[in-house]
Design a protein around this ligand. Structure first.
Ligand code: CTP
Length: 448
C-alpha cells in the first residue's frame, strides 16, 4: 500500500527524518487518500518540538505554537506540522486546558476522534493503524477511538463530526458511538456557534444532506437548532405533499446542488411551517404566510449561529420568495417585476430553489410547476439577452443626470428613479435618456 503525496509534503517528511525525527502524514489526508478522495490539506505529525521544526525550515509561521503547530510554507502552499500531543483535561468540552507533548506516536493517535481519522503514514513505515481504521474505512463505519464517551467528553463537537463524516462518506455511525452521542448530546450547548455552524454546513453541503435527520434522532439538533425538531414532528396532510415537513425539507436539499446558500435556503425555506399550521374542517393542513414567517425565523436562526450578513441577506431573500406563483401564462412583464423584487443576481437562484422545492412534493402535482418554471426560464433568458432594466442602476439615466437637468438633490431623486424604473419595467422601450429626463422633470413637479 502506497500513498502518493505532493512532492512538497514528502520533502517535509524527509527533512524531518534526515534530522533524526519521526514524521508522518496523519488524519484526514490519510483517510481521504485511502478512499481515493482528494485530501483538502496534508497534515504532518512529528516528535520534533515546535522549536526544532522552526529551526529546520526556512519559511515557517508559528500558527499555534502553544498547541504544537508550526506552519511550513513550500512553493506558496501552507502545511501544518504538529508535534505529537497528549491533550490534557478539556476544561469546557471545547479547549484542552493544557497540551503535553509526547515522543510516542501511539499516544497522539489515541487522542484522536475516530478510527478512520487516527491513521498515520510515511513511505518508510507504511500505514500506522492502531485502531483498525482501515477496516472501518472498508466497511464504511464511523467509530470513536477507544471509549466514545471519553472522546465526546473531550470535545462534544465530535458528536456532530461523527454524523458529518457519515454524510460526506456515505458511512454509518457504529452503534456504541451512536449510543454515546445520544447520551451526551446535551454537551453541545457548551460548543461555540461558529464551530457548530462549520459542521452543520459541511453536513448539509455533503452528498447526503438528508442525514441531518440522524442528528435529530441522536437528540443533537435539539441543542442548537430546536426549530428543526418541530419540523420533524409536523405533518402536512394536503394534496401537494407526500412527506412531513422535516422529510420534505431533507428531500428538497437533496434536489439542489451543494452550494452553501442554496442548501441553507432549502434547510430554512419551510422552517415556520410548524408555527403557521392550521387544519381546516376537511382535515387539510394549511400554512398561511409561511414564507414570510420562515424568512423572519431564518434570519434569527442564522444570527444565532453567527452567519455573515451577506449570507443572511441572500438566504432570507430566497426563503421569503420561495413560494412565488406566476401562473400558467407568465409574461415578461411579470418576470421583470419579480426580478426587480428579488434582485437580478438572486433571481436565477430563486428558480433553482423553486425547482428543488417542487421536486420534493407529491409526484402528482409536480408537472404543472415544472411547466411554469420552463416558461419562466425561457422568458428570463430573453430578458437577460435584451438587457432589460430591472434595477435602478440599469436605467439609461442616473441621479446625477437628473440633478444636472435641474432637479434639486435630495430623497426625491430616489423616488423619481424608482418610478422611472417601474415605467421601464412595464415597457422597456422607455429606457431612453431623453424620455427619462423629460419624465423625471414631470415627476419632480408632481412630487414637490
Ligand atoms: N481531530 C480530532 N477531534 C476533533 C477535530 C480533529 O481528533 N474535534 C483530529 C482528527 O484526527 C482529524 C484531524 O484532527 O482527522 C484533523 O482535523 P480536521 O482538519 O478538523 O478534520 P479532517 O479529518 O482533516 O477532515 P476535514 O478536513 O474534512 O474537516
Amino acid at each position: 500500500m502506497r500513498i502518493d503525496m505532493p512532492k512538497a509534503v514528502s520533502g517535509i517528511l524527509k527533512t524531518l527524518q534526515r534530522a533524526g525525527y519521526e514524521a508522518y502524514i496523519v488524519g484526514g489526508c490519510v483517510r481521504d487518500a485511502l478512499l481515493r478522495r482528494e485530501p483538502s490539506d496534508w497534515d504532518i505529525t512529528t516528535d520534533a518540538t515546535p522549536g526544532q521544526v522552526q529551526a529546520l525550515f526556512p519559511k515557517t509561521i508559528p500558527t499555534g505554537i502553544q498547541h504544537g503547530t508550526v506552519t511550513v510554507r513550500r512553493q506558496g502552499v501552507s502545511y501544518e506540522v504538529t508535534t505529537y500531543r497528549v491533550d490534557g483535561v478539556y476544561e469546557d468540552a471545547r479547549h484542552p486546558k493544557d497540551v503535553t507533548f509526547t515522543a510516542d506516536l501511539s499516544e497522539d493517535l489515541r487522542r484522536r476522534d475516530f478510527t478512520i481519522n487516527a491513521l498515520a503514514y510515511n513511505e518508510k513505515q507504511g500505514l500506522i493503524d492502531l485502531f483498525e481504521g482501515e477496516k472501518d474505512l472498508k466497511e464504511g463505519i464511523v467509530r470513536c477511538v477507544g471509549d466514545a464517551r471519553e472522546r465526546f467528553t473531550e470535545d462534544a463537537l465530535r458528536i456532530l463530526r461523527a454524523y458529518r463524516f457519515a454524510a460526506q462518506l456515505s458511512f454509518r455511525v457504529e452503534d456504541e458511538t451512536h449510543a454515546a452521542a445520544c447520551e451526551m448530546s446535551g454537551r453541545l450547548v457548551m460548543i461555540s456557534a461558529e464551530r457548530i455552524r462549520g459542521e452543520l454546513m459541511k453536513m448539509i453541503c455533503s452528498a447526503h444532506p438528508e442525514r441531518i435527520i440522524d442528528l435529530y434522532e441522536a437528540g443533537a439538533t435539539a441543542h442548537f437548532f430546536p426549530e428543526w425538531d418541530l419540523c420533524m414532528n409536523t405533518p402536512q396532510t394536503n394534496p401537494y405533499h407526500c412527506y412531513d415537513v422535516g422529510k420534505h425539507i431533507a428531500e428538497s436539499m437533496r434536489a439542489i446542488r451543494p452550494d452553501p446558500v442554496l442548501r441553507l435556503t432549502m434547510l430554512l425555506h419551510d422552517i415556520a411551517k410548524p408555527q403557521t399550521r392550521s387544519v381546516d374542517a376537511d382535515g387539510t393542513d394549511h400554512f398561511y404566510n409561511h414564507p414570510e414567517k420562515s424568512a423572519d425565523m431564518a434570519r434569527e436562526i442564522m444570527k444565532r449561529l453567527k452567519y455573515d450578513n451577506a449570507t443572511i441577506r441572500r438566504v432570507t431573500n430566497l426563503v421569503r420568495h420561495h413560494d412565488m406563483h406566476l401562473g400558467r401564462t407568465p409574461t415578461k412583464r411579470m418576470i421583470r417585476r419579480m426580478m426587480h423584487e428579488v434582485g437580478r443576481e438572486d433571481f436565477p437562484l430563486l428558480l433553482e430553489v423553486i425547482e428543488a422545492d417542487n421536486a420534493a412534493k407529491a409526484p402528482s402535482c409536480r408537472a404543472e410547476k415544472e411547466e411554469e418554471l420552463a416558461r419562466i426560464r425561457l422568458l428570463h433568458a430573453e430578458i437577460e439577452e435584451a438587457k432589460d432594466a430591472v434595477e435602478t442602476r440599469d436605467l439609461a439615466i442616473t441621479g446625477n443626470d437628473l440633478i444636472a437637468s435641474g432637479i434639486a438633490p435630495g430623497a426625491v431623486i430616489g423616488r423619481i428613479l424608482e418610478t422611472l424604473l417601474e415605467e421601464v419595467i412595464e415597457d422597456p422601450s422607455r429606457n431612453k435618456k431623453e424620455y427619462l429626463s423629460e419624465e423625471g422633470k414631470r415627476l419632480y413637479e408632481v412630487y414637490v
